[in-house]
Design a protein around this ligand. Structure first.
Ligand SMILES: Cc1cc2nc3c(=O)[nH]c(=O)nc-3n(C[C@H](O)[C@H](O)[C@H](O)COP(=O)(O)OP(=O)(O)OC[C@H]3O[C@@H](n4cnc5c(N)ncnc54)[C@H](O)[C@@H]3O)c2cc1C
Ligand SMILES: *[C@@H]1O[C@H](CO)[C@@H](O)[C@H](O)[C@H]1NC(C)=O
Ligand SMILES: *[C@@H]1O[C@H](CO)[C@@H](O)[C@H](O)[C@H]1NC(C)=O
Length: 249
């Protein structure tokens, strides 16, 4: 199948960025195709804490409801422990957010409530509004992602495509015309936006300065109902841990 410029935009990837970009464009009256190879909920630890500035941006995108009904908990700051000594680092006063220069996204607020947070079983909005300090939020990445995707796919001008994008369609001058999708064919649009993550296949293709370097590894643990030293805080614990019976990898 080859449909010439059926879409204004193609967005590759429905991770964190893709649905945000697609939603904003759709609310500006653009027809958007969003292509993702895996629409089911990912079970990965790759984005659990959203800082206050991120929440501000999410409001300005008109997608703040993506943190609703996912048992998200508010975050008041950080707890930092270093060799047995600990301090709390609270988030600043709300006025601080004005200094963060994100701007409202044109067209993002259509009905009027897309930037309003509502209370659910874990978030108390009256408490948020009464608090003099800003708040962040913590959640399971997969749950947040599925909410972002649902908000995006509810837009009439967004078309969902499940498939592995294997290449870009280009004209003889190298201009990107669209995408090639495994077992599906070619899709074309005026503009194609890559949101295919840190190990992007296509950024590498478009510029050699986008080479990802793996500098370290990350181990994620899901601690169920753990007693935290400082609830509602991100914990940074820089204490020597004695590993016993741990074999060298
Ligand atoms: C260990 C770790 C912890 C992190 N913790 C935090 C945190 O606490 N807070 C925070 O804000 N950020 C955190 N981050 C960063 C955050 O995860 C990223 O900034 C964010 O996910 C980037 O979004 P993205 O849309 O660019 O990419 P991704 O979220 O990776 O999404 C890319 C999407 O593109 C799809 N895709 C890729 N290639 C193709 C293809 N060829 N065809 C079709 N689909 C394709 C993938 O399936 C995926 O769904 C963390 C990252 C890591 C690695
Ligand atoms: C969808 O896009 C078309 C074409 O740009 C536009 O006329 C229409 O208003 C958009 N619809 C919505 C619901 O945004
Ligand atoms: C997607 O296609 C690439 C080849 O372009 C392949 O290496 C990869 O395994 C495919 N991924 C999935 C999930 O099918």
């Amino acid at each position: 199948m080859s449909v010439y410029e059926q879409y204004d935009y193609i967005v590759i990837g429905a991770g964190v960025i893709g649905p945000c970009v697609a939603t904003a464009l759709a609310r500006q009256g653009k027809r958007v195709l969003i292509a993702e190879r895996e629409w089911t909920k990912p079970n990965r630890i790759v984005g659990e804490l959203m800082q206050p500035a991120g929440l501000k941006a999410l409001r300005q995108l008109g997608m703040i409801k993506a943190i609703s009904n996912i048992e998200a908990v508010h975050v008041d700051g950080y707890y930092l422990s270093y060799h047995g000594e600990a301090i709390d680092i609270p988030y600043p006063d709300k006025s601080f957010l004005k200094r963060i220069d994100t701007t409202p996204v044109p067209g993002a607020i259509q009905r009027g409530d897309e930037d309003k947070l509502v209370s659910d079983s874990t978030l108390d909005i009256q408490e948020w509004d009464a608090s003099p300090t800003t708040k962040g939020v913590a959640f399971h990445h997969g749950e947040f992602l599925m909410n972002l995707r649902a908000i995006c796919l509810a837009e009439k001008n967004v078309t969902k495509l499940e498939g592995n994008v294997t290449g870009l369609v280009k004209d003889e001058f190298g201009k990107v015309l669209g995408i090639k999708v495994a077992n599906k064919g070619e899709y074309k649009a005026k503009i194609t936006i890559n949101c295919d993550g840190i190990f992007s296949k296509f950024r590498k293709e478009l510029g050699d300065d986008y080479v990802t370097k793996v500098g370290s590894y990350f181990i994620g643990l899901d601690l169920v109902d753990a007693n935290l030293p400082s609830p509602n805080h991100g914990h940074v614990i820089l204490d020597p841990i004695k590993f016993q019976n741990v074999k060298k990898l």
